[in-house]
Design a protein around this ligand. Sequence first.
Ligand SMILES: Cc1cc2nc3c(=O)[nH]c(=O)nc-3n(C[C@H](O)[C@H](O)[C@H](O)COP(=O)(O)OP(=O)(O)OC[C@H]3O[C@@H](n4cnc5c(N)ncnc54)[C@H](O)[C@@H]3O)c2cc1C
Length: 418
Amino acid sequence: MLCNKNIVEMDICIIGGGLTGLSAAYSLRGKADITILEKKGGLGGCLSSSKAKKGYIEDFYHHCFSGDKNLFELSESLGILDELDWLSGSTGYYVNGKINPLTTPLEILRYPHLTITDKIRLGLLTLHSQKYDLSGLDDISAKDFIIEKCGNGVYSSFFEPLLKSKFGDMRESVSAAWLISRIAIRSDRKTGGEKLGYFKSGYNTLIEALKAELLKSGCKIKENSSAESIFFNGSGWEVNGIPYDILISTINPSKLEEKGGPAISKIPYQGAACMAIGLKKEVTSGIYWLNMKDDAPYGAVIGHTNFVSPERYGEHIVYLASYFSEKPAEDLKQIMIEDFCRRFSVAENEINWYRLTVEKFAGPVYTKGYKKLIPEYEKDGLFMAGMFSLPNYPERSMEGSIIAGKTVASEIIRKYTI
Ligand SMILES: Cc1cc2nc3c(=O)[nH]c(=O)nc-3n(C[C@H](O)[C@H](O)[C@H](O)COP(=O)(O)OP(=O)(O)OC[C@H]3O[C@@H](n4cnc5c(N)ncnc54)[C@H](O)[C@@H]3O)c2cc1C
């Protein structure tokens, strides 16, 4: 044990004001003296939002799923559950310059880029996806698994472009556990598309409600405050020279190690570069989630206002989603917007605004054997929870980060309640 204080006498520092940090602070509020350090000028991390023409819009597209029990409990406890709407999310695939809708069974039957046999194999895989034991799929690559179950055709014309757009050069090392979990979660759909959750005023509602409740309970929230050095002083941890009894880190463990944290297995991370565009017109034929098979500098076009009504924003909004492993191209913003305008026939005067958000640590890459890399919640008296924690395996999510924050808080409460 670090120190023999009771939790009520403790100063706890949380590094990171994303959903994990806020969720941990929410569970610990009123039980200890809490300080959150957030390096950016606002809270939310990957779930941050920026001002739109009307209201706020997430910097990275977000929706929740019907099984996100902890997100619902948290929202209920914050008094915002009634704000959550359930909307239909349609999907499509952009192939050879053409948008192919893929939401209804008839649309899938009409899709010309897979044979009937391939469609049957894909359908069976989707049906069985909920039943697979994911732990047995962690050491198998998604590629080998799909080729074995569905054949080369389904892999090369359907899954490979999706894996490429999400993981780039690392696509062949991604595990089948990741892929099957994604298929399982996305296969919960009715004929009009899957039902996905979105707050009436966006996920900013959740972040703002958490912030307000934390401030009300006396929690100190320091924005624009990066934890630059951490140091164990024999009885607790010093962050930027200030002593705390307990430290919870929610950032990439390799970054923490650079700042003085413990050495643990390196979690492979990737970055996201996502462009949000405010438009005068609709461009994805009514589709919410349009995957790109053609070679574009983005892997999906997310027609946000084909999910949430455009009236809410007074304009149409799309996202261009791309991921990178090292760093994004210097001129990515220009490359993306030019490609988008050309491909979707958008004139300059039809664009109200566009903004590129880049996050270097946007999520782990779930490579083969990833599960063995997941760290414990505590290492050398330091608590760690985040996108790399078990509840975020085999895909990170808001739900996973809320559980990770809650779990690390319960660990601390259990250990230090005398
Ligand atoms: C493009 C994209 C789309 C997504 N879409 C969905 C979706 O539709 N549904 C869903 O459920 N999930 C989605 N997610 C995942 C979800 O956003 C994340 O799982 C969750 O928000 C992660 O929260 P976190 O607190 O664990 O990590 P982060 O959000 O990364 O929070 C970590 C925080 O630590 C801060 N920080 C870093 N270094 C320091 C430092 N040295 N000092 C102080 N602060 C520091 C960062 O600025 C950040 O605010 C998406 C993520 C991305 C990137």
